[in-house]
Design a protein around this ligand. Structure first.
Ligand code: UN1
Length: 479
């Protein structure tokens, strides 16, 4: 029998129910789970912001050690519940169980990392140019922070926004994706248990209208968003109109260059991981494979063979490499993008619209010898679809790599030190992956891109302090 989960918002430490407005089914097996999500709308968003505002003083009185303890407690509870959380992530979003578990552990490590950072929010004191005067620089909470998070990393991305927000003394209103609200609810219960003042973290559920209500709220101090380029742009416009500090992490059409001297087995591993794992639903996924002519045929043959060997199926079964997309709607978007490429006259070397797949599954799809002027490789598809471009040499590869308005992650497979250095100097992306897949980042290192991929301060690691604090400079003359 189908399990039904009816969710509620969390405001001021209490569950607030509302009529179900949106539904998410297990994308691998719709008969298994149906999640019923209420829509918060403007009134509840305002209530949540007011609760967060009231929590700022108690958070301050709690002090940094209590906040650090609460963050460490969140990490401990997350680890203790990792198996159940991973199972829920797999059922609600279709993510492979092993990836879901890995993501949960990663979220726990993020809470631990920021438990430490809460105690390291130190300032500076130095002499003014004016004799006798002292300058002090400190980093204080921004205030009430709105967070809008996607479904593809339903626990890690919320963790890397919520943990620094709380570590530095802010109160949070969080709007998770309607496609991963059951996972969000499970995380929220852990946060509520950790001993922070009621209202320090609030969760409003719903779809675009609730997201828009939060993005347009005038009482927010800062807004952090991860999601599509189109929504990110709307979020920035709304924040700008209200003088709200904003950070948007959006898409990528990430390229991976394979030079003739690369280790071919490693290159194929990087491509298959980057392009097809997580069913291509990562903003750091590899969409463009840019290969030096001399090895293009060899690489294409190896890739086709590897793709044929990727088991697609139940995300909870060990051995599955490709799970479903998150929803039928997402599948339809990917299928439409592939049909448009096929209508250009390109034939897929693997996958494509001729392959019939059940529910929200879509086959790993590879297009070879894609012409430079093809629409493929310009826009993010957010599915298991990759395009292989042939180029004459390294310079042509860099030009092709940079010929895209996004710039999140970029990869290079080579054994040449000189080309690695040239790549680091010339690749226009925020994250450079050398002999590594374009996806897969550390939580203690800055995360973000260039161009249309990211706006505002970097996330993760110590870099997160810039967004989640306000720098205050004092000048002091003793009298
Ligand atoms: C990763 O590649 O490890 O939405 C993380 C995304 C990114 C996170 C990628 N914000 O896919």
């Amino acid at each position: 029998m189908t399990e039904r989960r009816t969710l509620a918002h969390w405001i001021d430490g209490r569950a607030v129910a509302g009529p179900a407005a949106l539904f998410q089914d297990n994308p691998a097996d719709p008969a298994d789970l149906r999640v019923e999500v209420p829509e918060a709308g403007e009134a509840l968003v305002d209530e949540a912001i007011a609760a967060a505002c009231n929590a700022l003083d108690p958070l301050d009185r709690h002090g940094i050690e209590c906040r650090a303890d609460a963050l460490a407690a969140m990490a401990r509870i997350l680890l203790a519940r990792a198996d159940a959380l991973a199972e829920l992530i797999a059922r609600e979003t279709g993510k492979l169980l092993a990836d879901a578990r890995g993501e949960t552990v990663r979220a726990a490590r993020i809470f631990d990392f920021f438990a430490g950072e809460a105690l390291r929010n130190v300032g500076e004191r130095f002499a003014s140019t004016r004799p006798g005067v002292t300058v002090e620089v400190g980093h204080v909470p921004v205030g009430v922070v709105g967070l809008i998070t996607p479904w593809n990393f339903p626990i890690a991305i919320p963790a890397w926004k919520i943990a620094p927000a709380l570590a530095y003394g802010n109160a949070v209103v969080w709007k998770p994706s309607e496609l991963s609200s059951a996972v969000a609810d499970a995380l929220m219960r852990i946060l509520v248990e950790s001993g922070l003042p009621a209202g320090a973290i609030n969760m409003v559920l719903g779809g675009g209208s609730t997201g828009a209500a939060l993005a347009n709220a005038t009482a927010l101090d800062a807004l952090s968003f991860t999601g599509s380029e189109r929504t990110g742009r709307a979020v920035r416009l709304a924040a700008a109109a209200n003088n709200v500090r904003v950070q948007t992490e959006m898409g990528g059409v990430n390229g991976l260059i394979v030079l003739a001297d690369a280790d071919k087995d490693k290159a194929v591993d990087c491509i298959v991981n980057g392009a097809f794992f997580a069913a291509g639903q990562r903003c750091t996924a590899t969409s463009r494979i840019i290969v030096e002519e001399a090895v293009a045929d060899d690489l294409a043959q190896r890739l086709i063979a590897r793709i044929a060997d990727l088991p697609m199926g139940d995300p909870r079964a060990p051995g599955t490499a490709i799970g479903p997309l998150v929803s039928l709607w997402q599948k339809e978007g990917v299928a439409a993008a592939v049909r448009a490429v096929e209508a250009e006259g390109l034939r897929p070397a693997a996958g494509g619209s001729a392959v019939d797949t059940p529910h929200a599954f879509y086959p790993p799809t590879l297009f070879l010898d894609v012409p430079a002027d093809s629409a493929l490789g310009q826009e993010e598809i957010f599915g298991p679809v990759a395009a292989l471009f042939r180029v004459s040499d390294f310079d042509a590869a860099i030009d092709r790599l940079n010929g895209n308005r996004f710039g999140l992650s970029a990869g290079l497979c080579t054994r040449s030190f000189a080309h690695v250095e040239a790549f680091k100097a010339r690749a226009r992306a925020g994250m450079l992956m050398i002999n590594q897949p374009t996806a897969g980042v550390d939580y203690h290192a800055p995360f973000g891109g260039r161009g249309a991929s990211s706006h505002g301060a970097r996330e993760q690691g110590r870099a997160a302090r810039e967004f989640y604090t306000t720098t205050v400079t004092s000048y002091q003359l003793p009298i």
